[in-house]
Design a protein. Sequence first.
Length: 263
Amino acid sequence: MESSMFQGRVALVTGASRGIGKSVTQLLMERGCTVYVNSRDLARAEAACADLGGRGVPGACRPVAADVSVRPQVQRMVDTIVGEAGRIDFLVNNAGIPSRSSLLDLTDEHWNAVLDINLRGVFLCTQIAARHMIAHSFGRIVNAASYAAWHASLNRGAYAAAKAGIIALTKVWAGELAPFGITVNAYAPGDIATDIIADIRGGSQEALLLSRIALRRFGDPAEVAKVVGFFLSPDADYLTGVVMNISGGKFIVQNPGDAWQKP
């Protein structure tokens, strides 16, 4: 059943040309979904679809370009999907950019860029897609929050603010959209082995980072994708407004690394 769970469903995954978004795309395709892969760069989206198709992943992959922070581009993207597929059932708001800037170094330009992509993009995509979902009395929306929303590192203020905003919006919109058969949930990854943390994996900080994680390893994008797939599945029909922490037990106790110390 799992291979056909999403047969006939249509999904939009933003920021899906690599990392978690690409893994989500692969999982949905494997379950029979038609997936529109969003990137600001059409060539990147096309390359992701070509790679997945070349590896024999079943299901349909459609590249689509748009800057999620620009309303006319998002409107055009959603209109294209609905025009081609007739509907949009799933929206995964995965697009985001990192930020490593202290309070005293933050510029207006950097602040605006982080909030535009990470928070405004979720607002625009959700608002525009939800209007089409309402017409079908069905929709599943899953937003990318972050462990940083409640336990951020230094110099991550803008990023943490955006991700905390996503959690707040997820809960409010879950209440607003419930009467229309639409659920809204969020996933909050911790340290996942993607390009975003490539500079610290294998470096001097890696041992320290791993000592904070109960499972003592970085997460795999495919593990995050499974949580997203669960939220989209019929198994989660009675869940809305939920935020799932996917951090391997990061700081689940004060010193999780101590459990790994040999006596």
